[in-house]
Design a protein around this ligand. Sequence first.
Ligand SMILES: CC(C)(COP(=O)(O)OP(=O)(O)OC[C@H]1O[C@@H](n2cnc3c(N)ncnc32)[C@H](O)[C@@H]1OP(=O)(O)O)[C@@H](O)C(=O)NCCC(=O)NCCS
Length: 166
Amino acid sequence: MKIDVTQHCDIDVNLLKNIIEIKSVAWPYSVANQIKWLSTNLKTSDFHVLLNDHGSYVAYLNLIHIDILIDEISKPALGLGNVCAKERGKNYGTELMKSTNDFLLENKRPGLLFCKEETIGFYSKCDWEVIPKAKIKVSFDSPKIAAMSFNLGNQYSKINYCGVSF
Ligand SMILES: CC(C)(COP(=O)(O)OP(=O)(O)OC[C@H]1O[C@@H](n2cnc3c(N)ncnc32)[C@H](O)[C@@H]1OP(=O)(O)O)[C@@H](O)C(=O)NCCC(=O)NCCS
């Protein structure tokens, strides 16, 4: 298995169909709504990441360009969202995350994600770390949401993220 990474500006109809098919398993919105969501929330340079299992796409996530303040210093990072697998429990999610971790390392970018408490275990197994609530400030209301990072280290006092939720 390997990942195929495509920038939003390079997406074609076939890839869009594959993405919607996988996303719809977890989030069964209409095709029109899925397309609207993608065009509203992704910028041309953002990434679609698909896990390719012998020619079929089996899991998906996207990475959006964000800026975070690490102890008041602005740093570019990638925000990871919409993680989903076509079938659960087949290791697709883990494979997708591990290959995405390699992508973040190769591109020298920290990764940030927000998730519900119940999915922390899954992301921890994929080598992501919980950011303690006292060490992160976000601009949206998120009482039940945990923040997690990859390739960020822990030598910081405070992370500030002022962008939209993803
Ligand atoms: C989350 C998701 C992508 C995981 O993918 P997956 O292919 O089913 O996961 P894997 O088969 O690689 O499982 C890896 C491990 O994580 C655990 N796990 C998977 N999904 C989990 C979840 N939602 N909560 C807690 N643990 C989970 C599995 O039990 C497994 O544990 P094990 O190694 O002890 O058996 C998939 O369950 C999914 O599409 N969920 C719906 C969409 C969603 O909620 N996405 C997260 C948004 S924050």
